[in-house]
Structures are given as C-alpha cells and as structure tokens.
Design a protein around this ligand. Structure first.
Ligand SMILES: Cc1ncc(COP(=O)(O)O)c(C=O)c1O
Length: 316
C-alpha cells in the first residue's frame, strides 16, 4: 500500500479546537510569599497564581476537563448547550472555553455574585439565570438540575459539584505542577473548599506522590461569610466529589482575617487578591507560625479584578 493510501483517523473539529485550547489552561507560576513571614522563620510559603491562565481563575482547569471529557465521551455534542450552577468563576471559565468552541452556556448564579462577575459573563454571551442570595450556590444547583430534568435533550448538565472531571483536572495538573515546581520539597498543602475539586484532586495526587505530606482543608467559620467560592460544609449541600478522608486536618478562616490578609498582600507583596485567595494565605500564615520548618504550598484562585468595590474599600 502506498503511504498516500493510508487513511488517518480524522479528529472532529471540536477535538482539534480542544487541543489548541489546552496550552492556555493551567501551568501557572508558583510565587514565593516571603514578606509576610518573620525574617527568622525557617518556613517557606509558595502560592500558585491561578489567575494567570485563560478565564483568570483556578476554575479554568476543571471547566476545561469537564468540557473535554464530555466531548470525548459523546455527552456534549455541537447541538447542545452547557448548563451548570456556579458562584461565578467556573461560569466565567465555561464562557471563555464555550465561546472558543462555539458551545452556548447557560448558568444558574446566585444574585449576590459580584457585579464584575455578572458583567463579564454577560459580555461573553452567557445566558444567566439569577437565583436568590439566601439560597446561595445550593439553590443555584437545585434550579440547574430542575432545568436539566425538564429539557434533557437541550442541555449537557456539567454538574461540577458531582463531576469527577472536576477533581481529576487538579489530579492531572495542579498536583503535578506543585511537585515539579517545588522539586518535590512541598511538605504541606493547604486550600479552601468550594466544590472541593481543588483540594480533593491536588491533595489526592500529592499524597500518592509524597505520602508524608500534610493536607489541610479550610472552610469559612460561619454559614454566612464573604469568601466567594467557599462553602461552609456543615450547613451546605456536601458536594458528591468531596472525600473527607483526604484532609489530615480541617481548619476555619474568618472573613475578617481574610480581609486583613488582602491588605497585607497588597502592602507587602504587591498582590491584589480576592477574599478567598487571601483566606488561603491566612491559613498558610497561621500554619507557618506553628511550624519549626517546612514548605507550605497554597493556591490563589483569583486576583482582585472581580472585587473592585470591595478592594477599594479595604485598601483605601
Ligand atoms: C474564588 C474561588 N476560590 C475558591 C474556590 C474553591 O475551589 P473548589 O471549587 O475547587 O473547591 C472557588 C470555586 O469556585 C472560587 O471561585
């Protein structure tokens, strides 16, 4: 047979576009946070700057993997709309990826999501269904599920709270990046819980790669809090992907403490970060204070650009 007669399997247009997108997802820098620690400390803190990727937040990782896996297994076809509930960042990530792939996105979002988030989503052409402030992301999830059950042929329901591609995204990317960027020296990983994908996937990978590591999960200290993206699991729906056996320890962070760290990060590290990023850093700083030595890694899910009014108030 002549080589010109060999027929290569053709990839669908969507699969080709997915491949092109992959290089814009993840691979974020690991930044040392040294100015918030006393000079005498033998502990080092490193943070993944997760806004430095397409869509501007950590949620591009799960959004990309959820969409890719659904396309590859035939659940998300070009005649369907992607539907999910989100507190904002996953929605923004879906919208960026969806607009590149030509997939329409419908999102159920609590009405108190920051005005900046809602505007970004509208500008990206997302169909927004606003749900009540009091119902939070739990109600947004119930409404998305109801919409899907009423129109199963119209939507692919991504269901980030129960979709294993969410944590798997971090297992395949965030975890390996941390091992590589710290040359395997990471001793502690600490991060907050929302859908729990970041902590579950990264923690699962790191524990397998380095069994001696300590994994610490963080939650808001109160059911009503200002840490957008985080869940108070005692009083909220527990995401199906949450695995309580992964954390060696669970801790709480107050919104006030996070706000203090927003200010410290700006003054001492020249970083303008979101409340949930600051809460992760607050957890890392408290841990550093208790340790003799160690290499703590956390993630900063997004920067301050979606919280302009709040930061103006905090940083004045
Ligand atoms: C700003 C922010 N921080 C933290 C998280 C929590 O991450 P995960 O959902 O992976 O638990 C989210 C999730 O939406 C978020 O948007």
């Amino acid at each position: 047979m002549k080589s010109s007669e060999i027929v290569q399997p053709t990839k669908s247009t969507l699969e080709k576009k997915l491949q092109q997108l992959e290089s814009s997802i993840g691979n974020t820098p690991l930044r040392e946070i040294s100015n918030l620690l006393p000079d005498s400390s033998n502990v080092r803190i490193f943070a993944k700057l997760e806004w430095k990727q397409l869509g501007g937040s950590v949620k591009s990782r799960p959004a990309f993997h959820i969409i890719r896996d659904a396309i590859l297994n035939g659940q998300l076809t070009s005649d369907k709309e992607l539907l999910d509930a989100s507190s904002g960042n996953t929605g923004i990530a879906y919208a960026h990826i969806g607009s590149r792939l030509g997939i329409p996105v419908t999102l159920c979002l609590p009405e108190n999501a920051s005005p900046e988030r809602k505007q970004i989503l509208r500008d990206l052409g997302t169909n927004l269904i606003l749900t009540s402030r009091d119902g939070g992301t739990d109600e947004a999830q119930e409404i998305a599920e109801k919409l899907y059950n009423e129109n199963p042929d119209r939507y692919y329901y991504a269901d980030q709270y129960n979709n294993k591609s969410n944590w798997n995204a971090h297992y395949l990317s965030t975890g390996p990046e941390i091992m590589e960027q710290t040359y395997g020296q990471v001793t502690h990983f600490i991060a907050g819980l929302g859908t729990t994908g970041t902590f579950t996937g990264t923690g699962r990978f790191l524990k397998e790669a380095k069994p001696g590591i300590r994994l610490i999960s963080l939650q808001p200290d109160l059911p009503l809090h200002g840490l957008e993206g985080w869940k108070h699991l005692e009083t909220a729906h527990i995401p199906g992907i949450y695995d309580p056996s992964i954390a060696d320890e669970n801790r709480e962070v107050s919104t006030e403490n996070a706000y203090e760290v927003v200010k410290l990060a700006k003054d001492l590290e020249q970083l303008e970060i979101s409340p949930s990023s600051a809460a992760n850093l607050a957890g890392a700083l408290k841990l550093a204070d208790e340790l003799e030595e160690g290499v703590i890694v956390t993630v900063l899910p997004d920067d301050g650009s979606k919280y302009i009014d709040l930061l103006k108030e905090l940083l004045k």
